[in-house]
Design a protein around this ligand. Structure first.
Ligand SMILES: C[S@@+](CC[C@H](N)C(=O)[O-])C[C@H]1O[C@@H](n2cnc3c(N)ncnc32)[C@H](O)[C@@H]1O
Length: 270
């Protein structure tokens, strides 16, 4: 059953891609197991290691490292101390999540820092795998409301996460002092603002909407061989000097976000 996930690729050939005759247009849909009973842990670990190797050897990873270096440079070269990742999904049986987890592991090694993860959907086997890779599982659903510790420059990895998660994270860290420590890899804020009606953003992502004009967004060039894994993703950084020019009212009188109940992607702790 596991192999069929990989074998499901759509093979496309076109003049444009003739030189790379095997171009994967699309990754297969997630296979939704109800539980992890059917998952072979050793097999899953092997596939994660293979994915990690693929990432390490890719131009995409080279260019991502350069983008992160550029971001750190702009911020005056703080030393990253932590990685926090939400919303990875089922990395044991979903290819997109697996490659995202593989990238996370590469970044963890690169910066040699502690890595915390949470997704309410993680299977118990996935929690065990996290431990094997020396990652720390966050024990509860924080709904993204995690305050970065002062003077702990933190890389946030929110791959294709519901916008409410990022919105909650921004709300919780809504000050120049906190945001300067946050480097967010996630869905492009610019794209969210450009493609979502303001009426919806005002309800579901007010903090993304408000901070968008002041964020520095460094696009991640999506050259990875599977194009749906890191698409529409950017590195977002916040320059304290820039943020301090904003009217102080912008940072005060803020309200905790609430969201319409019917949203199906964002999972609350209720
Ligand atoms: C659109 S999926 C993205 C999965 C995967 N990263 C991808 O790119 O396909 C959104 C993910 O966010 C997770 N999620 C939803 N609410 C969350 C929460 N409160 N904390 C952490 N992750 C959450 C979901 O379980 C799901 O895995």
């Amino acid at each position: 059953m596991e192999n069929s996930i990989e074998d499901d690729f759509q093979l496309v050939t076109s003049k444009k891609y003739k030189r790379n005759s095997r171009v994967f247009k699309s990754v297969p849909a997630e296979v939704g197991f109800e539980s992890d009973e059917l998952i072979d842990k050793e097999f899953a670990v092997r596939r994660i290691l293979t994915a990690k190797n693929d990432i390490l050897e890719s131009d995409f990873y080279c260019s991502l490292k350069a983008t992160i270096r550029e971001g750190l440079d702009i911020l005056g070269n703080p030393e990253l101390k932590e990685i926090i990742s939400y919303g990875l999904g089922h990395f044991s049986n979903c290819m997109i999540s697996r490659y995202q987890f593989a990238l996370l592991l590469c970044l963890k090694d690169q910066f040699n820092i502690v890595t915390y993860l949470y997704d309410p959907l993680f299977y118990s086997i996935e929690k065990q795998i996290l431990e094997e890779f020396d990652c720390t599982l966050i024990k509860q659903n924080e709904e993204g409301k995690r305050k970065v510790l002062s003077d702990v420059p933190t890389l946030l990895f929110f791959p294709h996460c519901p916008k409410q998660l990022t919105n909650n994270f921004l709300y919780t860290n809504w000050s120049p002092k906190n945001l300067r420590n946050c480097l967010i890899i996630g869905n492009s804020f610019n794209k969210i603002v450009e493609t979502t009606p303001t009426r919806i953003l005002s309800n579901e992502a007010q903090y993304i909407l408000n901070i968008a004009p002041y964020v520095d967004e460094l696009y991640m060039i999506n050259t990875f061989k599977y194009t749906e894994i890191f698409n529409d993703t950017s590195l977002h950084i916040f320059q304290e000097d820039k943020l301090r020019l904003i009217d102080p009212d912008f940072w005060t009188n803020i309200e905790e976000p609430t969201y319409p109940e019917e949203d199906c992607e964002f999972i609350t702790n209720q």
